[in-house]
Design a protein around this ligand. Structure first.
Ligand SMILES: [Zn+2]
Length: 153
């Protein structure tokens, strides 16, 4: 089974595998063609899954571990939880989602480009003193300011 994010409908991702998504994705499809595609797939048996609370908590914990929690929307977290709960492949091009999926041992597939080979190691930079860390922490150990993810070069 494959769990599809909004970009899969927008970019017309196709698969012979069974498909699933979360109901909230429909609201993210604002253009007619991706909306029709969603409705057609739903009519053809695509599963609309609402993940349970346990998997959602598990996903939030994983996203906090990888430092991706602030990058993810509520819909993103639900898609991750659905893929985790259904033991499905998550179809997304979003690096933060792929990163958290990897932490959860959820397989991913890219919509328009190949998925990341291995988990990206982000750098985090202190917003106060500018010190750079290679792993996520809650606060800078020098000055106590918040850390922010540095964009990869
Ligand atoms: Zn600092």
């Amino acid at each position: 089974m494959r769990v599809l994010d909004a970009s899969a409908f927008i970019d017309d991702y196709t698969t012979d595998d069974e498909m699933a998504t979360v109901p909230a994705v429909r609201e993210e499809l604002t253009d007619d063609s991706s909306g029709y595609r969603f409705d057609a797939l739903e009519g053809a048996g695509m599963r609309l899954h609402v993940p349970g609370e346990g998997p959602q908590t598990r996903v939030e914990r994983a996203a906090r571990t990888t430092g991706d929690l602030t990058e993810l929307s509520g819909v993103d977290l639900r898609l991750l939880a659905a893929a985790f709960e259904l033991d499905a492949v998550l179809v997304t091009d979003d690096y933060a989602m792929q990163n958290v999926a990897d932490e959860l041992d959820v397989a991913t597939d890219g919509v328009s480009k190949a998925g990341i080979e291995e988990r990206r190691d982000w750098d985090y930079q202190c917003q106060g003193c500018g010190r750079v860390y290679d792993e996520h922490r809650d606060r800078c150990e020098v000055c106590g300011s918040d850390l922010k993810r540095k964009n990869p070069q």
